[in-house]
Design a protein around this ligand. Structure first.
Ligand code: MG
Length: 202
């Protein structure tokens, strides 16, 4: 399986990163080794001094498809979860400055913690809301209606370039409020009122 992440999918986050608002989805990938299942601690990597959380709504692809039209994209997923796109912001800034790919900053071991819980689409109305807490302080508030590109648009767009397969995960981008984590922090993600993950930085 593969993990595809959308960058700059909320305009308020693009602004805080001083990045341009994209006119088409921006995506990058993480390997399957970046997954950290909820319940496991995350160990702060030695190669960064500025590790940022980016809490994101995640969808799991449930059948293979390429060139999926937006109209049919909803048939390719039925559940939502919540995860973190950990980012070594210092390495990412270096890569950006040099015009290099971001993988070093984004695709490292356990850079994609994800909840073990999946919630059926039918349990949501039009809107999907999530909250992210660092040491019980609310840091990020996400609302799917603020996404620049909807999940269906994202699936359609990615599948023009890459075949999506059963089990692939899509991290759909982060809202504003990203920030650094420290050893000792406890991170918690809540989706529509339900605690989805909680783990410690060691
Ligand atoms: Mg992200």
């Amino acid at each position: 399986m593969k993990i595809i992440c959308i960058g700059r999918n909320y305009s308020d986050h693009a602004k805080e990163m001083k990045a341009e608002i994209p006119t088409e989805p921006v995506f990058f990938m993480k390997p399957d080794t970046s997954i950290l299942k909820d319940g496991n601690d995350f160990y702060f990597p030695e190669f960064t001094n500025d590790l940022h959380f980016e809490c994101e709504l995640v969808v799991k692809i449930e059948k293979n498809g390429k060139n999926i039209s937006e109209k049919f994209a909803h048939k390719y997923y039925s559940k939502y979860s919540l995860g973190i796109d950990f980012t070594a912001r210092d390495l990412q800034s270096e890569c950006k400055e040099k015009g290099l790919p971001w993988e070093k900053a984004k695709a490292f071991e356990h850079s994609a913690p994800i909840s073990n819980i999946w919630i059926d689409k039918s349990e949501f109305q039009d809107q999907i809301e999530f909250d992210f807490f660092q040491n019980d302080q609310l840091k990020q508030k996400g609302d799917s209606k603020d996404m620049l590109f909807s999940i269906d648009q994202i699936i359609s767009y990615i599948s023009k370039y890459i075949t999506l397969k059963t089990g692939d995960l899509i991290f759909t981008g982060t809202p504003a409020g990203v920030g650094p984590v420290q050893i000792g922090d406890t991170l918690k993600g809540v989706l529509n009122g339900k605690v989805m993950f909680t783990f410690k930085i060691k």
